[in-house]
Design a protein around this ligand. Structure first.
Ligand code: ADP
Ligand code: MG
Length: 698
């Protein structure tokens, strides 16, 4: 019954009708009552307070004023037409101006009537004015103020057809009039009591038509909690199900691990490395299939951890593979792991898009007959033709570029018994995001860099100081160091990119005639790129001029200076990744961020953050605050984040509480069979049954 009610199509709702319904369908994907009622405002305008003209001040965001409209005047014709009016409230007079809808407004506005106006005040020669204020005749409803006006996301087309936030709010009011009593509670009483959450129907009502600021606050809190609670419940349940549903290979023998530790370990592992290896080993011995995320900042030494875990698998007659998002990164892993593998007599090979057919066939055979133990590669590994004799362990590097579907594909590479999976990421993910993106994975964190690393010193310099920067580079090169100079890559304009890079290269060649300089960019053939990189690694060149292709892939401990040109064009996590290319040796390293003097507020925050800290988690948090979760790489493809109201950048605390609550419930009652969890179970089942998310409400 109730479901059917919220399935009703919006055409028949008072205030909608066929024409508007069609617009809502195509522009906002709103088809049913459920769709409409879940179309939440994204902010509210505070119409509770009135200002007077006398107390307006420069820089004020918005003001609502009650007053009288005086003579209007239209100036100019056609698209140059403009309408002005005088408006006074007893404390002063201001000018109102409109550039759009002039003839319409000229007819509609009534001089000498009283209005409530709303807009952003501006000042001209000390006198207050307002452009395009919202105008509403004074009436009993708006006279006292006292309400929060919802603002809904709208498209240009809707605005052109006069569907604005007020119209949507009117539709919501009409809908709530007939549906309020039908809105079913979706959180059990005991949870609502414990966290002091208001009832669902009151929350939905107040999200659209807040009765007061306090009600609005409670409405948002309640709906955010509910959304995050069910999100976490689903993820944690998936995790638990997998634990009970899927067996994992049991790795008991540690022969190769022991031999590696005894004879080939190139350095002492950090305590953090030891700890995560222990966590992973426990999983791989547990008999349950592992799904674990390994987070660790650039340079924290994830590769060797992955290798040691591979050794455990191989000691037990299994194969291992590692998959990276780019050819360069796969290459680096291959180079890094090959020496280790060779020292133990383990066969390792590389499979990427550029591997020739003949070599491929050899790899396929080696995998099938089990003689090839470790495969390093890119997406090429996912192809169906790549089959293993007994794949036991999969490492996915830089998970954020892979989707959930690809993870599943790797999983199926051993259909008898799924391989253990370790997902590695060097992009520290803020905790809140990790909980929703990877809530179904166990997490291990390497929070310690290898000993002897000196923290990288980071400075910000304006372009006008380039000569000083060159001087500093020269001093360091004299001491035997090497330097990266990185230019941004702007995808829309490859030509322009290249010009930046070429000009930069020219100026560096001119400034450093006594040194050899490498250049590497994305348009070069892999072989040429390789050649240049090798020259740099062998110290034949002192300066490497490059685009972001060096973001991943290059590991040159002697390179201790990273100069990032046009640093304002890079995102925070990218800057952090680039900086991670230096600081890999024993020497003091430096990162120099070069920019123009004109910088936006956000850019300044990004640069200040880079200068202040090298902590990847702190940087990730600032990044999340600045960009919002939707922009963080990977979140869109993953499809995991589909939140109507919660904001991962701001609602970390609610998320934490909701997750704790979900965990506690599932720990006590895994299948949600207890009577007090009946509502939760029903809700989850509805969500599952309903691909669209309207089950959240009905
Ligand atoms: P990332 O976590 O960024 O993948 P890598 O695995 O590439 O880091 O390691 C970065 C560098 O640090 C490599 O040259 C590696 O050999 C070295 N390294 C890793 N662990 C240690 C350690 N415990 N002590 C000293 N150097 C280490
Ligand atoms: Mg790495």
């Amino acid at each position: 019954m109730q479901n059917n009610f919220f399935d009703t199509r919006i055409e028949i709702l008072k205030g909608v009708g066929a024409a508007r319904a069609l617009l809502l369908n195509t522009e906002l994907q709103i088809f049913t009552y459920a769709d409409l009622i879940q179309y939440y405002p994204f902010r509210y305008e505070d119409r509770t307070k009135f200002h007077t003209i006398a107390d307006l001040y420069e820089g004020m965001e918005v003001a609502q004023i009650k007053g009288r409209l005086h003579f209007m005047e239209k100036m100019g014709e056609g698209h140059k037409a403009r309408l002005t009016a005088q408006f006074s409230d007893g404390t002063g007079t201001m000018e109102l101006t409109w550039f759009q809808g002039v003839s319409f407004l000229e007819k509609k506005l009534r001089p000498s009537s009283e209005y409530v106006i709303y807009g952003k005040p501006a000042f001209f020669q000390g006198r207050p004015q307002m452009q395009h204020p919202e105008m509403e005749l004074l009436n009993p409803a708006n006279e006292k103020g006292g309400y929060f006006q919802p603002v809904y996301g709208l498209t240009e087309k809707l605005k052109k057809r006069y569907i604005d936030s007020k119209v949507i709010a009117m539709m919501q009011r009409n809908l709530l009039d007939i549906s309020y009593s039908q809105i079913r509670e979706t959180l059990p009483e005991n949870i609502r009591q414990k966290f002091r959450l208001i009832e669902k129907k009151d929350a939905v009502y107040n999200i659209h038509l807040p009765m007061s600021e306090a009600w609005l606050h409670q409405a948002r809190r309640r709906l955010k909690f509910e959304e995050l609670f069910y999100n976490q419940l689903r993820l944690i349940k998936q995790k638990l199900n997998r634990r009970t549903d899927y067996k994992g290979q049991v790795f008991k023998s540690t022969t190769l691990v022991t031999e590696f530790y005894k004879n080939h370990l190139p350095f002492d592992l950090t305590n953090a490395q030891k700890r995560v290896i222990k966590e992973i080993f426990e999983d791989m011995k547990s008999g349950k299939q592992m799904n674990r995320l390994l987070q660790g900042d650039v340079g924290s030494g994830k590769t060797i951890v992955a290798f040691i875990c591979m050794l455990l698998a191989i000691s037990n007659g299994c194969q291992a593979c590692i998959i990276a998002p780019t050819e360069i990164l796969a290459d680096q892993h291959y180079q890094g792991l090959k020496d280790f593998a060779d020292s133990l007599g383990i066969k390792i090979d590389k499979l990427t898009g550029s591997v020739r057919k003949k070599a491929r066939v050899g790899i396929h055979e080696g995998l099938l007959d089990g003689s090839l133990s470790i495969l390093v590669g890119t997406h090429a590994i996912l192809e169906d033709i790549v089959q293993f004799q007994n794949l036991g362990f999969v490492v996915i590097d830089e998970q954020h570029r892979f989707g959930v579907a690809q993870r599943a594909k790797l999983w199926e590479k051993n259909s008898v018994i799924h391989p253990h999976i370790l997902v590695m990421t060097a992009t520290p993910i803020p905790r809140t995001l990790a909980m929703t993106l990877y809530g179904d994975l166990d997490v291990s964190i390497i929070d310690e860099l290898p000993k002897g690393r000196k923290p990288i010193k980071t400075v910000h310099r304006y372009d006008s100081h380039r000569l000083n920067v060159f001087g500093f580079m020269r001093d360091e090169i004299k001491k035997g160091r090497q330097v990266y100079v990185v230019y941004p890559l702007i995808e829309e304009s490859e030509k322009l990119d290249y010009k930046y890079l070429a000009d930069g290269y020219e100026s560096i060649v001119r400034a450093f005639p006594e040194y050899h300089i490498s250049i590497v960019h994305g348009k070069m053939k892999p072989a040429d790129k390789d050649f240049e990189m090798q020259r740099f690694i062998k110290k034949e060149t002192q300066i490497m001029v490059a685009t972001t292709v060096i973001e991943v892939g290059v590991n040159v401990p002697n390179a201790s200076i990273m100069v990032i040109e046009s640093a304002e064009r890079f995102g925070l996590s990218q800057l952090h990744q680039l900086r991670g290319r230096v600081g890999r040796g024993a020497e003091q390293s430096y990162c120099i961020l070069m920019t123009d003097v004109k910088l936006s507020k956000d850019t300044r925050i990004r640069l200040e953050t880079m200068v202040r800290t090298t902590d990847g988690f702190e940087i990730a948090d600032v990044d999340l605050q600045l960009r919002g979760p939707g922009d963080l790489s990977g979140t869109q493809q993953s499809g995991v984040i589909d939140l109507l109201i919660a904001d991962l950048a701001k609602d970390g605390e609610i998320l934490r509480v909701a997750r704790e609550c979900a965990t506690a419930i599932l720990e006590e009652d895994h299948d949600l069979d207890l009577p007090q969890n009946a509502m939760v179970k029903e809700q989850i089942e509805q969500q599952k049954a309903n691909a669209s998310n309207w089950a959240r409400i009905s």
